[in-house]
Design a protein. Structure first.
Length: 555
């Protein structure tokens, strides 16, 4: 029979369908015509359960024909659900049509039963979809939910009204230490709720996990929202005591416009801005400009090319001579890395900070040391007497517990006398790090390697460091000699006197003029490193200096 034919088709369609509210009109069209149905309506009255805290009440029209529809239903299918709720499926005819025949009612019954069976499934799908878009701890949307919302606004061409934010809570590891993991979770949930309370209905706040949040906020509320980011007080429980917790975040902000085409880019651009805020600009809030994006892109490239460049020996060691002021004699050199990338020479300022951040600098430093030792062995072969060379080691290297052994092993591989190598280290204000630094320096010193404190005077606790740090050499930062104002002179002459009492050698960096040199000489600073004598120079030119050893007095 014809009607069974389309009944079968309908049941199959229902089973395949995921969103009946959207496609009901189309799915029921054929049946509606056959039965002359005016309207098909579902009503739900579901009590609250563990999963749906508010229960679910309401009606939805799944199909509606053109024309006047009867006010009372012609056929109703009722079901009580497992949770003692009531589901009603109601069929209305168009005004003026007679009631259904018994046979039609049997057909309708089958249709509505099939619909009812699928209703439960659709509700489940909806619930899962909602859950998969939600962060369990805070009830905010997660990354998926956030992107879905951005996408919706994108479709509606309304994205341009908003700024997107990527936030990371500051010092949250301290909160964790103080309150413990469980209470910290609750603090995050309270923070989320407090922030959510400040949002407008069309704005969106999401959590990406951990202490990372995202937000979409109207442009005219930027200032207001940034104030919230800077500080929001919630509470945390310590024992029975409620303690105030000031939660502040660092944030990257992206000003959206309607030209955005890919919602994934919104998140990644914001996260780039956050990265800049945290690691580079060290500011609390950074707006993602084209410049920042370009910078991030360049850094990414520098990062990606590291292994290849190392393999291809693109990193080269330059030597900058250190010259004694009594005889203008070459007494040492600092090894400074250069990156020869094709025709281009990339200065260390462009890549060292990037590699400092991701830890690659450790490998690079060891590579430089290796290259220096290799060069020294070569000069020995050629009968050229070398001078001591200093190599920069980053504090990042300290996390390697075998650092001293590794360094000495490189020296021994080329049979370089330990006293020919000096390691330059910079000061630190971190107490724990400082302890590690001192231990490392003591080990090296015991191994016969010299130690210098680099950029002395720019750091934090310089004077204290002199007492505790087993250094052989102080390298005075260039900033002392740049201007040579009266105060510089006072500080400088006193540092040099103190250093000589502590039996430390002093090297003044960045000496560019004869006048600077004369002053340094007058206060008994004996060794300088600077453009006045030489810039950092490639190995072959440095080799010439090594052979000659003596400089002409500067004119
Ligand atoms: P730094 O260790 O303080 O090195 C001294 C810097 O001052 C060098 O810059 C040198 O070229 C520059 N300089 C020396 N004399 C003068 C002068 O008279 N005038 C001026 N204007 N500058 C002078 P460079 O080679 O660009 O290196 C910059 C920084 O990059 C270094 O500062 C160091 O922190 C880092 N770096 C370079 N090579 C390495 C390396 O192999 N390992 C590590 N970890 N860092 C390195
Ligand atoms: Ca240095
Ligand atoms: Ca320096």
């Amino acid at each position: 029979m014809l009607y069974e034919d389309y009944l079968e088709r309908l049941i199959k369609r229902l089973a395949d369908e995921e969103n009946i509210e959207q496609s009901g009109q189309e799915i029921f069209a054929e049946v509606a015509e056959a039965y002359q149905i005016g309207k098909l309506e579902v009503s739900l009255e579901l009590p609250p359960t563990f999963y749906t805290k508010e229960g679910e009440n309401g009606t939805a029209v799944l199909y509606q024909a053109q024309g006047q529809i009867k006010s009372a239903a012609d056929y109703v299918l009722q079901h009580t659900t497992g949770e003692k709720g009531l589901v009603q499926l109601m069929v209305y005819r168009l005004e003026g049509l007679p009631a259904f025949t018994a046979e039609e009612e049997r057909g309708l019954h089958t249709i509505l039963e099939a619909l009812y069976m699928n209703l439960g499934r659709w509700r489940l799908i909806r619930k899962i979809k909602r859950l998969s878009m939600t962060d369990a701890l805070t009830g905010l949307v997660n990354a998926g939910g956030f992107l879905t919302y951005i996408d919706e606004l994108l479709q509606k061409k309304q994205l341009g009204r908003y700024n997107a934010y990527y936030m990371n809570l500051e010092r949250f590891s301290l909160v964790n230490k103080r309150f413990g993991v469980r209470e910290t979770d609750l603090i995050i949930a309270r923070y989320a709720k407090a922030m959510q309370g400040t949002m407008l209905p069309d704005e969106c706040l999401g959590r990406l996990g951990g202490d990372n949040f995202v937000a979409l906020v109207r442009k005219e509320r930027t200032e207001e929202f940034i104030e919230r980011i800077k500080g929001m007080t919630v509470y945390g429980m310590l024992g029975n005591q409620e303690m105030p917790v000031l939660v502040s975040a660092k944030a990257g902000v992206l000003q959206l416009d309607d030209h955005v085409t890919n919602c994934g880019n919104v998140l990644s651009d914001c996260s780039i801005a956050l990265h800049v805020a945290r690691h580079i600009a060290k500011q609390q809030i950074v707006f993602a400009t084209d410049e920042i994006r370009e910078q991030a892109y360049k850094e990414k490239q520098i990062e990606n090319r590291f292994a290849e460049a190392l393999q291809g020996r693109e990193f080269q060691v330059y030597y900058q001579p250190k010259v004694s002021l009594d005889k203008y004699e070459l007494v040492g050199a600092e090894a400074l890395v250069r990156w020869q990338s094709g025709e281009r020479m990339i200065p260390p300022a462009a890549f060292i900070p990037v590699y400092e951040q991701n830890g690659m600098v450790c490998e690079l430093n060891m590579y430089v040391l290796d290259q220096v030792c290799r060069d020294m062995a070569e000069w020995r072969e050629k009968g050229i007497e070398p001078v001591r060379v200093s190599v920069n080691i980053s504090r990042k290297n300290l996390s390697n517990p075998r650092l001293t052994e590794n360094i000495l092993a490189i020296l021994d591989k080329y049979q370089i006398e330990h006293s020919w190598i000096e390691i330059e280290l910079t000061e630190t204000m971190d107490v724990e790090e400082s302890a590690m630094l001192i231990e490392f320096a003591e080990h090296l010193k015991a191994g016969g390697v010299a130690i210098s404190i680099d950029d002395f005077g720019t750091g934090y606790s310089s004077l204290n460091l002199l007492k505790t740090f087993p250094a052989d050499v102080l390298k005075l930062d260039k900033s002392f000699v740049d201007q040579l104002e009266e105060t510089d002179k006072i500080v400088l002459s006193n540092i040099i006197r103190m250093a000589s009492e502590l039996k430390l050698d002093v090297v003044a960096e960045g000496v560019e003029t004869k006048q600077q040199m004369e002053y340094l000489k007058s206060i008994h600073c004996d060794v300088v490193q600077g453009y006045l004598f030489d810039r950092p120079i490639p190995k072959d030119i440095y080799e010439e200096r090594l052979k000659k050893k003596i400089y002409e007095p500067p004119q």
